[in-house]
Design a protein around this ligand. Structure first.
Ligand SMILES: O=C(CO)[C@H](O)[C@H](O)COP(=O)(O)O
Length: 332
């Protein structure tokens, strides 16, 4: 694919306000996109962002092989993220982290019926072309991999497959949407098993949305400049009182309580990577996290599903000694 011509997103979004605590119900596993079968019905921003709506209320789990993908599906994951190493291992092992082997991704695609996502490096539009050719359901342009371009993100409008991108605040989220991202996840700090950054980023997004929602047009122009966001997307976000696309939390979620915390803060769902397959009993923990997202407002159920889960992943504190540094700072 040569450099695709940008198009302005036609925003289609739900009108439910975000950040005030939601009561999302679990989705049934969404059907895979026609992309996999080589269909050409994907492509408009409305279709791509609409597909992501089907994942709301769900848990997307990182998996590194077909066996883990089956465990994730059986546990009730709404999608899986195929990657060679979970973020905790990328962080521990270091080196350049790239798109996974297409053969491994295809094995995961063949192993499950739920949607399969896979990651490309920030700015690496050729990795994205390859993943689109394989027929993955979503591409994650991810700071968890080593960036390929320290200035430019991929122009995502030219792809038929929907993209998910990370953000630490509202400006970053709206910049990604203006490039064509149909799905936003707050970045958190992947591979740490420490939820503090996920909380920080989600709170930042929601509080900026709340501020924007009471601004008049003149104030919104100034705020758009301040947070480096496209004005028309900021205005739409202020009107909707939420991001105009689905917004999951990611990075450091390791327990059912962490997952429920992110949902009560107002996220539409969660990504969990290292926290499941770096724990003592991945299948049990995976099921518990799915239950916790579904019943995130019910402390009694949260207490039941949190019992006897075996060892949680060993977490890392976020400080100057963090091995691998802050992944969330990649891309801006
Ligand atoms: O990059 C991701 C989402 O796109 C990872 O799935 C997510 O951030 C995993 O982080 P962790 O291992 O801390 O759960």
């Amino acid at each position: 694919m040569s450099t695709p011509a940008p198009t302005t997103p036609t925003i289609q979004a739900t009108s439910a306000p975000q950040g005030a605590g939601t009561s999302s119900t679990p989705t049934t596993a969404p059907a895979r996109s026609s992309q996999r079968e080589g269909g050409n019905s994907l492509g408009t921003f409305g279709v791509k962002s609409g597909l992501a709506q089907m994942l709301k209320g769900g848990v997307i789990m990182d998996v590194i092989n077909a066996e883990q993908a089956r465990i994730a599906e059986e546990a009730g994951a709404c999608a899986v993220m195929a990657l060679e190493r979970v973020p905790a291992d990328i962080r521990a092992e270091g080196g350049v982290a790239r798109m996974s082997d297409p053969q491994m991704i295809k094995e995961i695609v063949d192993a499950v019926t739920i949607p399969v996502m896979a990651k490309v490096r920030i700015g690496h539009f050729v990795e994205a072309q390859i993943l689109q050719a394989i027929g993955v359901d979503y591409i994650d342009e991810s700071e968890v991999l080593t960036p390929a371009d320290d200035e430019h993100h991929i122009n995502k409008h030219g792809f038929k497959v929907p993209f998910v991108c990370g953000a630490r605040d509202l400006g970053e989220a709206l910049r990604r949407i203006s490039e064509g991202a149909a799905f936003i996840r707050t970045k958190g700090e992947a591979g740490t098993g420490n939820v503090v950054e996920a909380v920080r980023h989600s709170r930042a997004v929601f509080s900026q949305i709340r501020r924007a929602s009471v601004m008049n047009e003149e104030e919104l122009y100034l705020f758009a400049k301040e947070i480096q966001a496209p004005f028309h997307l900021l205005k739409e976000t202020a009107r909707l009182k939420r991001l105009p696309v689905v917004n999951f939390a990611a990075g450091g979620i390791a327990t059912p309580a962490d997952a429920a915390l992110m949902m009560q803060l107002g996220c539409d769902g969660v990504f969990v990577g290292s926290g499941i397959f770096h724990s003592g009993d991945p299948a049990k923990r995976a099921r518990a996290i799915v239950q916790a997202v579904t019943h995130h407002n019910n402390p009694k159920i949260l207490s039941e599903v949190s019992e006897d889960l075996g060892a949680a992943m060993v977490g890392l504190t976020i400080d100057g000694n963090l091995k691998g540094g802050l992944m969330a700072k990649r891309g801006h």
